[in-house]
Design a protein around this ligand. Sequence first.
Ligand SMILES: C[S@@+](CC[C@H](N)C(=O)[O-])C[C@H]1O[C@@H](n2cnc3c(N)ncnc32)[C@H](O)[C@@H]1O
Length: 227
Amino acid sequence: MKIKETLAAEFDQFSDNYTEDMIRCVPHYLRLLSGLSEHLPGSFSASRILDLGCGNGNVTALLLDKFPDAEYTLLDASADMVALCRKRFSGINMTCIRSYFRDYTFPEDYFDLIAAGFSLHHLDSREKQWIFPLLCNGLKQEGIFACSDLMISKTSPEHEGLIEEWRAFVNASYPDGEKWAWMTEHYDAYDRPDDYADQEQWLYNAGFRYVVTKWRDGHWVNFIAGK
Ligand SMILES: C[S@@+](CC[C@H](N)C(=O)[O-])C[C@H]1O[C@@H](n2cnc3c(N)ncnc32)[C@H](O)[C@@H]1O
């Protein structure tokens, strides 16, 4: 598989066998996804939810079990991913928007919950520092931003070790090495992970009152941040 020229086209292509590829290519994928729903405070309820970088809707599907009556907004740059969501959730009252984050007007004081599963590592450090205040403003008071992702800068001294472990994980499922070769190209072109500690600081700078790690294994992290 060759990588595509834009992120949207890249994920159009990736949408074909997305969930299985993610399970086999991303350590702890299912564990980190379920954390977005399971690690919310017991007393928390949500009536408006934004799935930021929804992909094929795996995060929304989990949240629907917990918040069946909420109003959902699903946002993604990939037309094919958004089309999968429209099909998957047909009959359910939700808004699916095909847009890059930079072109979306985030409403203010609107969402109870914003969930981002493996989408923010596509933004570089500057873009994360741009979007975190918009997410904070977009939440109602007491609202929560929940995020699961890879959190390590490519310049970290631990990055090389992470890549070695990751390569072994992927090659265990795809021993011919082709999948890892594609992933390396994709990672170089489209992935811009940052250290957790930096993101934590940027979240506080953006106005969040607390940031709590709920689960992590190495640099694979699930956290919640509260307004
Ligand atoms: C790795 S997938 C994760 C999908 C889903 N949240 C999940 O956890 O399975 C990342 C998704 O985020 C979307 N995405 C990444 N950066 C984006 C941006 N700047 N604007 C809109 N969508 C973006 C991609 O199109 C892709 O569908």
